[in-house]
Unconditional design. Structure first.
Length: 185
């Protein structure tokens, strides 16, 4: 006997089964990232290297001077020139050790006017990826993803994970416009 319980709503049970099938299909078709590479991704130029978990704030200040608190307190940002392109280089630290670096083409009229430095071109290694690079020539370890920092701003986002961090290359129109490093785990 049912002992006071209402009979199951078969339409609701069927709806739940259908939703479960859709979710299972999406999980199976979701893009699975390859395992992390075994070397760190480094943002560098001939003067300085930004390595997650290793670069010290004091070394950056010794080379670049103090940064500007942008986009928020905790970040230290510098204006740079990549040829005729104005870029921003932002670094984030935890206990004076680098946990984030962001190098990107400065959007017009949305960033503070900082004194730009001619400090040389920054790039990711491995891969020799720079601002303005052709996104079709990215290192094969970078995989297209739908998510990433400010993904709505860029038409393409590529990611690679490495021990202790993740790197993103983002751009629009086939050209690299942003290089990002973040600590994870």
């Amino acid at each position: 006997m049912n002992q006071g319980k209402p009979p199951p709503d078969f339409a609701m049970v069927r709806a739940v089964e259908i939703l479960a099938q859709i979710a299972e299909k999406q999980l199976k078709s979701a893009h699975v990232l390859p395992p992390p590479i075994d070397v760190p991704i480094v943002l560098f130029n001939e003067h300085i290297m930004f390595v997650i978990g290793k670069t010290q704030r004091a070394a950056v200040i010794a080379e670049l001077g103090p940064g500007y608190a942008f986009p928020t307190k905790g970040w230290e940002t510098y204006a740079m020139h990549e040829g005729t392109t104005r870029c921003l280089l932002s670094a984030l630290y935890n206990d004076d050790v680098l946990v984030g670096a962001d190098y990107y083409v400065a959007p017009a009229n949305r960033v503070p006017e900082l004194r730009a430095r001619n400090f040389g071109e920054f790039r990711f290694v491995p891969g020799q990826i720079m601002i303005g690079s052709d996104m079709l020539r990215l290192d094969e370890r970078f995989v297209a993803v739908a998510e990433g920092p400010d993904a709505r701003t860029y038409s393409h986002t590529f990611e690679v994970r490495f021990p202790g961090g993740v790197a993103y290359v983002q751009g629009t129109g086939g050209n690299v416009q942003r290089l990002v490093l973040y600590a994870i785990g």
